[in-house]
Design a protein. Structure first.
Length: 234
């Protein structure tokens, strides 16, 4: 699992000024397609109110200063910061605000890409990663909504049953492969990361394809059909 600066060296061989301040990652990388804004996290960061607000600030500054510049989210988060302070301050609202800032960027013409290079868990991944137009992951990344032992405690389903469900349904299973089958992860990157990024930047903007990909890959077999039925309803 690469350290974030080493990762940026591989993504941007033509140069970058990405830096880290605490768990916040920000900067700009140079590509054959032009400059790319980089916003993300490191150190398996728990996203609390302070980090969520700092990330949102970076997004809005890119929108203000660099119209239509693509934004690459580098994702390494254990999810929401689990602290009494953050919960009392309304951490869920801060994460929602972060997601809304990315939506503002999208509506202003910014292409949103995300790359999970470390961990991606729960609400932290939803607001910083899955909000992207297209989400990607490295082969050794770790993606999950909830660890199976915790899921077992909450649902009261024996962990052995959950493990068996994971073998047959991508919806229950953690890991990059399952999220790719679900269509949540567009593709898994390995080898020449700079070339993979350029390919993603050049890909046509063809809307939200996650339900379609999930159906094609056998991970979400009903979502696309249900969505089509709802949209076609009088």
């Amino acid at each position: 699992m690469p350290e974030v600066m080493s990762l940026c060296d591989k993504l941007f061989p033509d140069g970058h000024d990405v830096n880290a301040e605490g768990d916040l990652v920000r900067g700009t990388g140079t590509t054959p397609q032009g400059p790319v804004a980089v916003i993300g996290t490191r150190n398996h960061a728990g996203i609390g109110v302070d980090l969520a607000f700092a990330l949102a600030t970076e997004v809005l500054q890119v929108v203000e200063r660099f119209p239509k510049r693509p934004i690459l989210m580098l994702v390494d988060t254990q999810g929401q910061q689990l602290s009494r302070r953050d919960e009392l301050l309304g951490n869920g609202g801060y994460l929602a605000h972060l997601a809304k800032c990315f939506e503002v960027a999208r509506l202003q013409g910014h292409l949103l890409l995300s790359l999970v290079y470390g961990e991606a868990v729960s609400g932290g991944y939803l607001a910083l990663g899955m909000i992207a137009d297209r989400a990607y992951a490295l082969t050794d990344a770790h993606i999950r909504v909830m660890a199976l032992p915790a899921m077992s405690r909450i649902t009261q389903i024996p962990i052995e049953e959950l493990q068996e469900l994971c073998r047959t349904s991508a919806i229950f299973g953690p890991g990059v492969d399952n999220y790719q089958r679900l269509g949540a992860v567009e593709d898994v990157w390995a080898g020449d990361l700079a070339a993979a990024l350029v390919k993603a930047l050049r890909a046509p903007a063809d809307g939200d394809r996650r339900a379609q990909l999930g159906a094609e890959r056998g991970g979400r077999v009903h979502a696309e059909r249900v969505i089509a039925a709802v949209l076609a309803a009088p």
